[in-house]
Design a protein around this ligand. Structure first.
Ligand SMILES: Cc1cc2nc3c(=O)[nH]c(=O)nc-3n(C[C@H](O)[C@H](O)[C@H](O)COP(=O)(O)OP(=O)(O)OC[C@H]3O[C@@H](n4cnc5c(N)ncnc54)[C@H](O)[C@@H]3O)c2cc1C
Length: 473
């Protein structure tokens, strides 16, 4: 390192001066409360204040920020809604947090082609509210009030992935600002194309480390003619998991199949006022399609549930009741947090091939008993994906115990041919598992891509890729 090299603080000042010279100082904030909001995501433990926050309103402004930061070697951390849970948005000191949440325009809706183009800061809830009268909807539904850009960057999914897929399957194209400030478009509006490298997929899940997404071309879906929701309770967790596995293995096209174990269900009954249900392990189902198809799915699902000692279906007949049930499911994290107000909740996210789910959950249950911790379990079990919400006090030994359990659960999933994250992503929290999951050779290719696309390592440094040798070409 050259001794005369400017310090990180000097480089940040130079980048801000360059933005000021371009008439963009009104977009910059260094107010303590704004810096604090941008110092962490939902994982409060990994906070670090950025040097400044830039509130972007257009692709051109994002490009100006990246040009200034590239020239001055200033780290840039994209910030959508900050709901990610693995330390993704935690900046390095003297970084610029680039907030895209004001970029909420819907640029076009092509109802006849079932697609739309939106700015990256729009939330999926706002999109669905604004396109309601087209009869179309966007199905990917993570629990937080996330932005579509953030959802692309984490390759998010949710309760409807079992039927509609994740962000990977529902994004047709992107506008991306590269590290140098150059703007590119990937993909397009067509449903398939066999031309060139699939750069859209490369940016989906790249966690702000390869480029900043400013616009997203999304697939939309027709609202189904008929929707039914039901819940089925089980005295035994294994029976509920077996039911979910058999439903998927039989190819029943359920729209959603979600599990809440008895600890989570008790918390959700209290938090979401789910009167009339018992604190037992519960599967939430949704069926959609034409009335005859729905009836067929329901009959097949109910038969499987009953053969696994399910206590019968309780139907949510009205739209209001369905909304109440799914809101309770989406609020499960907050319900778990409310079990011990002020406690910390570590949300483990792992996924295995569906046939190994029973084995994984049985092992996890033993790990939880051995730990003595209180841990609600819930999951998008139709995908083989589940979360353990590890509740811990704010002491150091409590945190260490919780982290040890988290690591044990993830190691179990990897040993069963799974992945250390089904949907939350890597951020900083899952870095240590990447080598085991992907192997050296694959990580070397990922590092080579990063080096090519961001040679000055300004884009969300320290996330997604564990530090390691540079690719030797
Ligand atoms: C209660 C709760 C429930 C959740 N449930 C789910 C769930 O069911 N499924 C699921 O997948 N996740 C879930 N999450 C996690 C989180 O909501 C998702 O990871 C979400 O996709 C993050 O979106 P965001 O807008 O908040 O992104 P942020 O947290 O702001 O950013 C996430 C990452 O994306 C990068 N980024 C953000 N915007 C852009 C952009 N425009 N261009 C490039 N990079 C960008 C950031 O730098 C960061 O690395 C949940 C979180 C909470 C708190």
């Amino acid at each position: 390192m050259n001794e005369c090299a400017p310090s990180p603080a000097t480089r940040l000042s130079a980048a801000l001066a360059s933005l000021d010279a371009q008439g963009l100082s009104a977009q910059v904030s260094t107010s303590p409360s704004v810096l604090e909001t941008h110092s962490h995501g939902e994982a409060m433990d990994a906070a670090c204040l950025p040097g400044a926050v830039f509130m972007a309103e257009s692709t051109e402004q994002v490009a100006a920020v990246l040009r200034a930061c590239h020239a001055n070697r200033v780290p840039v951390v994209a910030f959508g809604a900050g709901t990610s849970v693995e330390g993704h948005v935690t900046p390095t000191p003297h970084a610029i947090s680039l907030d895209l949440s004001a970029m909420t325009a819907i640029e076009e809706v092509n109802a006849e082609d079932l697609d739309c183009r939106v700015q990256a800061g729009l939330t999926r809830q706002a999109l669905n509210a604004r396109i309601r009268d087209t009869g179309l909807f966007f199905p990917v539904d993570p629990g937080g009030e996330a932005t579509l850009g953030g959802m692309c960057a984490t390759r998010a999914s949710g309760t409807a992935a079992v039927r509609y897929g994740t962000m990977k399957e529902n994004v047709l194209g992107l506008t991306v600002v590269l590290a140098t400030g150059e703007v590119i478009r990937t993909g397009g509006r067509v449903r398939k194309s066999s031309t060139g490298y699939d750069l859209t997929s490369l940016f989906i899940g790249s966690e702000g480390t390869l480029g900043i997404i400013t616009e997203v071309q999304l697939r939309l879906h027709g609202r189904p003619e008929s929707v039914s929701a039901a819940i089925c309770q089980f005295a035994d967790l294994d029976d509920a998991v077996q039911t979910a596995m058999e439903i998927i293995q039989c190819g029943i096209p359920v729209s959603r199949v979600e599990l809440l174990d008895s600890v989570q269900m008790a918390a959700s009954i209290r938090y979401s006022g789910l009167e009339g249900y018992e604190p037992l392990t519960t599967l939430f189902f949704e069926f959609a399609g034409g009335p005859a198809a729905v009836q067929e799915q329901v009959a097949a699902t109910e038969a499987i549930a009953l053969s696994n000692n399910g206590r019968g279906f309780a139907w949510a007949d009205t739209a209001e009741e369905r909304t109440r049930l799914w809101k309770a499911r989406h609020d499960a994290f907050w319900a778990a947090k409310a079990i011990e107000p002020g406690a910390r909740v570590i949300s483990t996210d792992c996924i295995v091939p569906i046939s190994r789910l029973g084995e994984l959950i049985a092992g996890v249950r033993d790990d939880i008993s051995a730990s003595g911790l209180r841990v609600p379990l819930l999951g998008h079990v139709g995908d083989g994906n589940f979360h353990a919400l590890i509740i811990t006090d704010n002491t150091e030994p409590g945190g260490a115990l919780a982290l040890a359990l988290d690591r044990k659960i993830v190691a179990r999933a990897l040993a069963l041919g799974g992945s250390c994250s089904g949907e939350h992503g890597v951020g900083m929290g899952k870095l240590e598992f990447l080598e085991t999951e992907h192997g050296d050779g694959t990580l070397a290719v990922m590092r080579a891509l990063k080096n090519t696309m961001d040679p000055r390592n300004i884009l969300n440094p320290g996330k997604l890729l564990p530090p390691g040798r540079l690719y030797q070409g």
